[in-house]
Design a binder for this molecule. Sequence first.
Ligand code: GLN
Length: 306
Amino acid sequence: MDLTSTLERVAERARRHLTEGHVAGYIPALARVDPSRFGIAVVSVDGQVWTAGDARMPFSIQSISKVFTLTLALGKVGQSLWERIGREPSGSAFNSIVQLEREGGIPRNPFINAGAIVVTDVLLDGRPPRTTIDEILGFVRRRADDPTVAIDDEVARSESETGHRNYSLAHFLASFGRLRNPVDDALSVYFHQCALSMNCVQLARAGLFLAAGGRDPLTGEQVVAAERARRINALMLTCGHYDASGDVAFRIGLPGKSGVGGGILAVVPKRAAIAVWSPGLNANGNSHAGTIALELLADEMGWSVF
Ligand code: GLN
């Protein structure tokens, strides 16, 4: 398999749509990112790497971090996590608060903000935020097999300063007695995980264990049991793109997780992990050109799980 020319072709076609998206304006540090960037990387389970465009330029992974924190939280508390968080697509925006009231402070799934804040609370487990942030960073560095992966403190600060919606969600959860740690601690960890800065190659490498039955195929480490990897993939497919998850399953047919930084991590079971980045977002907060690129690539390679 050689994807070099395929990726060049996909990138060339996806780039035509760069001006149709809009960068996330509600986080000032993200609003400054150049909307003409586009990068894509594919890492196969046998360790080959193909790239096109700005695949080695770091960007803010934002909500894609929710895959890594979910993996860690399941490792900590196992199935009991599902007593605090649901497993259904929300059909609502990623930062929506309305369902929380109706549903007693149980977020619909771990990939919307409310669910991710509960995951963060699980990880904190009474420890200081810095310890938890270091644990997440260490895990992502190991998965990326790259100790240079870092958190962009300016992005974390920017989010914290403007994070009224996330503060509302966290206090609302706390009002239902659904958080066990101080709201400020949960949000400090949450903002820092969102501010993880990675490039497409690092991100695809970090997601590779999900394409290989929970085992890092390049180091041999069993990161999670195969059964757990299958379930994380199921959640990515059904909930990974917020209220566009159905549309993305329809168009691309791969488990994936997007972030408002314009990144998307997609998993091709048994074959590869893909990371794409283009900062312009569509109305659902998913990368516009990135989604188009994944659609073209999955189509050309026959990679849809359906
Ligand atoms: N940090 C962002 C927020 O909390 C993450 C959202 C996202 O990537 N969709 O609003």
